[in-house]
Design a protein around this ligand. Structure first.
Ligand SMILES: NC(=O)c1ccc[n+]([C@@H]2O[C@H](COP(=O)([O-])OP(=O)(O)OC[C@H]3O[C@@H](n4cnc5c(N)ncnc54)[C@H](O)[C@@H]3O)[C@@H](O)[C@H]2O)c1
Ligand SMILES: [Zn+2]
Ligand SMILES: [Zn+2]
Length: 395
């Protein structure tokens, strides 16, 4: 089959690889009809390269048709239409019983001191071959796959794999009081859906980015936006808009590659020039994150408010303004999305013909598998109006 394979920093190719097979009784094989590229894949594309190995198959936002299931997989069968969550969880361990699926104890990576395995996400997270391919082996398929109805196009359900539950969790974690306000930093796919969900739940949303077409897409959905580059101090501007107080919640939907953090950018570039083993140490022991979006959240949230972080960070000694956080009495919540925890709450919105979350306008590009290398390049550079790439490998 064809698959998107990582060969080196900024070097993703489409290779012919072996078709996946059932290996465990709890596996399933899926023929992929749609598979999205995520902002998290961009971290692997360059900054997190030291944790990648040549030959790794990328992708953790897939959906498709079940081809075959192992004997212990009973809730789905060949021919079913399914979405695959990006975290691989067993559904029955101590963590899964508490719906902390991103921390599943069956698939945790204890040697690396990391949480549950993830599809297509480096040796830190199990080095499981990903879903930007024609076929995918799904481990723990007795629990993970989400069966979705026939009828609406793939886009309606595809984002259940990651974007929608991540955004739902970001809003939940922001603890916005009834009729309250939230600032959303970043209007990539995660920020777009986070802003829409918060507005749908009745919050006043103020969203920040610096890419014109991303600001426009949010405005189209009735979101109040600010262009980062038009304000000297974005937090001051937001305070002026909120009676001098700041927003009840602030959400970081940007992560480690934020704009406006020259020191972090230098550290990331420097780590990229080192041999892998050394670079791993620099990233794991050093502070290589670009922290500007997170600092903006700390500054923008009102006293006693909550900062919710969905953007991914990787450093260990990143400087944190403890005095500011403590003095303001800020709550902090973060982490990988516990995908399956949120599905029952999201699903009714997807079943609604009116498509209230606007799932069908998020994808800016639909591509064949052969166009993947070019797509990564455009997505990283935010060229050609790139917001979300959806690959249709066999679609
Ligand atoms: N927690 C999870 O489970 C989870 C799941 C999916 C994605 N993520 C992470 O969420 C983040 C966003 O993902 P995405 O797919 O939307 O990525 P993306 O790269 O498309 O979007 C990031 C956006 O942030 C904007 N930005 C950069 N610096 C900014 C700043 N200082 N202030 C405001 N905006 C700024 C960029 O212009 C871009 O539009 C990534 O870090 C990704 O890894 C986390
Ligand atoms: Zn993702
Ligand atoms: Zn588990």
């Amino acid at each position: 089959m064809k698959a998107a394979v990582w060969h080196g920093p900024r070097d993703v190719r489409v290779d012919e690889v072996e078709d996946p097979k059932i290996e465990e009784a709890t596996d399933a094989i899926i023929r992929i009809t749609s598979s999205a590229i995520c902002g998290s894949d961009l971290h692997l594309y360059e900054v997190l390269s030291p944790f990648m190995e040549e030959g790794d198959i990328l992708g953790h936002e897939p959906m498709g048709i079940v081809e075959e299931v192992g004997p212990e997989v009973t809730h789905i069968a060949a021919g079913d239409r399914v979405v695959i969550p990006f975290n691989i969880s067993c559904g029955h361990c101590w963590m899964c019983d508490r719906q902390l699926f991103a921390q599943c104890e069956t698939t945790q990576n204890r040697e690396e001191e990391k949480g549950a395995s993830l599809l297509g996400y480096t040796k830190l997270y199990g080095q499981v071959p990903g879903g930007q391919a024609e076929y995918l082996r799904v481990p723990q398929a007795h629990f993970g796959p989400i069966k979705v109805p026939e009828g609406p196009p793939d886009d309606r359900f595809l984002y259940l794999s990651d974007v929608l539950p991540t955004s739902w969790q970001a809003v939940d974690y922001a603890a916005i009081p009834e009729g309250g306000s939230v600032a959303v930093f970043g209007l990539g796919p995660i920020g777009q859906m986070t802003a829409r969900i918060a507005a749908h739940k009745g919050a006043r949303v103020i969203a920040v980015d610096l890419v014109p077409e991303r600001l426009e897409l949010a405005q189209k959905h009735g979101i109040e936006t600010l262009d980062l580059e038009e304000h000297d101090d974005i937090s001051d501007t937001i305070r002026e808009m909120t009676e001098g107080r700041g927003t009840d919640g602030a959400i970081d939907a940007v992560g480690m590659e934020a704009h406006g953090a020259p020191v972090g950018e230098f550290a990331q570039k420097a780590a990229g020039l080192l041999p892998d083993a050394l670079a791993e140490k620099v990233i794991e022991k050093g502070g290589v994150d670009r922290m500007s979006a997170l600092y903006q959240c700390f500054d923008t949230v009102r006293r006693g408010g909550t900062v919710s972080i969905s953007g991914v960070y990787g450093g260990v000694v990143d400087p944190i303004p403890m005095m500011q956080l403590f003095d303001k009495g800020v709550q902090l919540r973060m982490g990988q999305a516990h995908v399956k925890k949120w599905i029952d709450e999201i699903m009714p919105l997807l079943g609604d013909e009116a498509d209230p979350l606007g799932t069908e306008d998020l994808a800016s590009h639909k591509i064949g598998i052969d166009e993947v290398p070019e797509a990564y390049e455009k997505f990283q550079k935010k060229e050609d109006g790139a917001i979300k790439f959806v690959i249709q490998p066999t679609g």
